[in-house]
Design a binder for this molecule. Structure first.
Ligand code: COA
Length: 178
């Protein structure tokens, strides 16, 4: 029988859970993220405590956690950039290998999109490493398309990343925006 999967927004006292999921994701899939495992491991626990507390009630940045039978098993971040365009991003998406292909990733992305939309987003952006074909296919299946923006990874400059975007239903098409 498939395990049941649920997603909930992070709460203020989940700094240790955030740290555990973030280090697990960097250990499992270092090719997928801009941060390094070493930085995450050497960061003070207080950094994760502060992030969890901020993400629990911020209107500009948050995290959602995937649970399987009550145990944390995945993570996604969502935020609005501070630049004037205030584009909405999902990032740091990770699902534990034991529960992949069960729509946990889709649940996380949908929760993040719903939150970003409730805060006013009309388009959702995600940077994906070009060599990460699984993530590329995953996002495309969820309606994301390439924007044409392409950049070197800050952490691994020999790798390139593609910016994907999904237009939310009901949002005005870009071409007709004033
Ligand atoms: C990308 C990632 C988050 C997807 O997580 P997931 O929980 O497996 O995602 P989903 O189950 O929603 O969908 C993933 C795939 O499983 C397939 N799938 C879903 N249910 C399935 C099932 N019952 N049986 C077989 N395949 C299934 C989907 O069709 C999809 O395949 P496709 O992309 O070829 O169309 C996960 O692979 C991961 O954490 N990768 C490492 C980190 C990473 O790359 N993060 C992204 C950074 S940009």
């Amino acid at each position: 029988m498939s395990p049941s999967l649920t997603v909930r927004r992070i709460v203020a006292d989940q700094g240790a859970v955030l740290r555990e999921l973030r280090t697990a994701s960097l250990r499992d899939a270092p090719y997928a993220f801009g941060d390094s495992l070493e930085d995450a491991l050497s960061a003070d626990a207080a950094v994760f405590d502060a992030a969890a507390a901020r993400h629990a009630d911020s209107h500009t940045a948050t995290s959602f956690i995937l649970y399987t039978e009550g145990h944390p098993a995945g993570l996604i971040g969502a935020n609005f950039e501070s630049a004037p365009a205030r584009r909405a991003f999902v990032f740091a998406l990770w699902v534990a290998p034991a529960v992949r292909h069960l729509r946990g990733g889709e649940l996380l992305v949908n929760a993040a999109i719903d939150w970003l939309a409730s805060e006013g987003a009309q388009q959702i952006y995600a940077w994906v490493t070009d060599s990460n074909t699984t993530a590329m296919r995953f996002y495309e299946r969820l309606g994301f398309v390439a924007t044409g923006d392409h950049a070197r990874s800050t952490q691994t400059p020999e790798q390139w990343e593609t910016l994907l975007m999904r237009e939310l239903a009901g949002a005005a098409p870009l071409a007709s925006a004033q």
